[in-house]
Design a protein around this ligand. Structure first.
Ligand code: EPZ
Length: 420
């Protein structure tokens, strides 16, 4: 197994390019199931989760040519509707094939994804919404078996909770449904906007894109023909590098980034004392060696993202006062706390709130990655810790960060990938 060895204390400088967004690429790949014609995806991030979902398309009988950042997909050859446990258990986002498989083929079986390190993560909202669209659903043998032999019907869906994956599944299902579907309390993330725009470019009428009420007119079962799709920049990867600059009090530039998508992170870093130059697709951050404490609450977009909570916690350890961080989306997304404390941080947890007390310094140690963003928080802490930090179990990082150690090394960090 690989691990990352980081010698802390180096300032960062220079510029890097941000990769395509994993969380946009995944629904875009799932949406290709809505088509029986070839489609080209560009600017894919070169990460394990993308390869896993492309492998699932291949298992379903799709034809996939994939080369780092580009995939040519032809799901005209798809001849299976069973998303097997072996793939779904590797990656929860495989549940995104449920809506499109059911919409295109009128039936499918998708392994139940189960919980994960950050929480239970149920899919009840996806299932009740599909039932409202006329699907018959049963759970048997660990699989969701769904049927809609006469096609899905447009419906009014009111989500009790805002769900990114649930909104994506229903947008995709509704695209081929009979009639109009209205999603109320829809998620508004940029990744949802990209998915809707891809479907609009294929001729489907969607109103309310980027708002909490999305209205989709289905094609009555007719498969779509997509134009090429360029994946939007990864706002969480970008935010993570901003945190790398903040924690090391460095100046770096991010290229190929959309500043609007990371407003919430920029605002918090500004409140902590960092400054920014923003032009077109470029952001330069100037760190500050006397960071102020931060107070933040994770919430849905455009609020502060749960996917940046762990990285901000690492940065907050270097602030000159107590920071307070509240996690509202996932009940167990604090696994990084004990590992950060192993590096000398002073973080106290009470329920969903973490109090991060300032410390004079962090000291290198062996630490264990527990989920994707927790892993990047440990890498950030390693950048400022005295001595050497070894971050183990980095397969979590490889799922979602494209060449993290290469990009950090190009900014001057002393980081290398080694095998246990
Ligand atoms: C997406 O997960 C992201 N994953 C997550 O990114 C991100 O943390 C999350 O949205 C929130 O922003 C992808 O886009 C692939 P949700 P998703 O459905 O869609 C509850 C990362 O690090 N809920 O919006 O699974 C759920 O338990 C990852 O890249 C239900 O109760 O998240 C959570 O508390 C991790 N029932 C809340 O809603 C449901 O049926 C939001 O989850 C669905 C969700």
């Amino acid at each position: 197994m690989d691990y990352l060895k980081i010698k802390g204390g180096t300032k960062l400088s220079g510029s890097i390019q941000i990769s395509g967004a994993k969380n946009s690429a995944l629904p875009v790949i799932a949406a290709t199931i809505l088509s029986d014609k070839p489609v080209k995806l560009i600017n894919l991030p070169n990460v394990v989760d993308i390869r896993t979902l492309l492998k699932l398309l291949d298992i379903l009988g799709g034809t996939v040519e994939h080369n780092d950042t580009v995939a040519n997909i032809d799901n005209g050859t798809m001849n299976s509707t069973k998303a097997v446990y072996e793939i779904v258990s590797q990656m929860r986002a495989s549940i995104l094939v449920l809506g499109p498989l059911l919409a295109r083929f009128g039936e499918c079986e998708v392994s139940l994804p189960g919980g994960c390190a950050i929480g239970q993560r149920p899919i009840d909202l996806h299932l009740t919404a599909l039932e409202a669209m006329g699907a018959k659903i049963e759970i048997k043998g660990g699989y969701v078996r769904a049927e809609a032999p006469n096609g899905l019907q447009g419906a009014k869906i009111v989500f009790d909770k805002i769900t990114v994956g649930g909104t994506e599944n229903i947008v995709m299902a509704a695209a081929l449904a009979h009639g109009t579907t209205t999603i109320i309390n829809a998620a508004k993330e940029p990744e949802i906007v990209q998915l809707c725009e891809m479907i609009v470019d294929a001729g489907v009428n969607i109103k309310g894109i980027g708002t909490s009420e999305i209205i989709i007119e289905g094609t009555r079962g007719k498969p779509l023909t997509f134009k090429d799709v360029e994946i939007i920049p990864d706002r969480i990867e970008a935010g993570t590098y901003l945190c790398a600059a903040a924690i090391t009090a460095s100046t770096i530039t991010l290229e190929k980034v959309n500043a609007t998508h990371i407003d919430a992170s920029i605002d918090k870093l500004e409140a902590m004392g960092c400054t920014f130059d923003i032009e077109d697709e470029k952001i330069t951050i100037h760190g500050n060696s006397r960071l102020k404490p931060v107070s933040l609450i994770t919430t849905e977009y455009p609020g502060f993202p749960t996917d940046m909570q762990a990285q901000f916690m690492a940065v907050a350890t270097m602030a000159i006062g107590e920071s307070v961080i509240e996690e509202r989306l996932f009940e167990n997304r604090f696994m990084h706390v004990s590992e950060l404390n192993r590096l000398g941080a002073d973080i106290w947890l009470k329920g969903s709130i973490a109090a991060v007390n300032p410390v004079v310094e962090l000291n290198g140690a062996d630490v264990m990655a527990t989920d994707l963003r927790a892993s990047s928080a440990l890498v950030l802490a390693g950048l400022v810790a005295n001595g050497t930090t070894n971050v183990h179990r980095i397969y979590h990082l490889d799922r979602g960060y494209d060449n993290l150690e290469g990009k950090l090394a190009s900014l001057g960090a002393d980081i290398s990938r080694l095998s246990e």
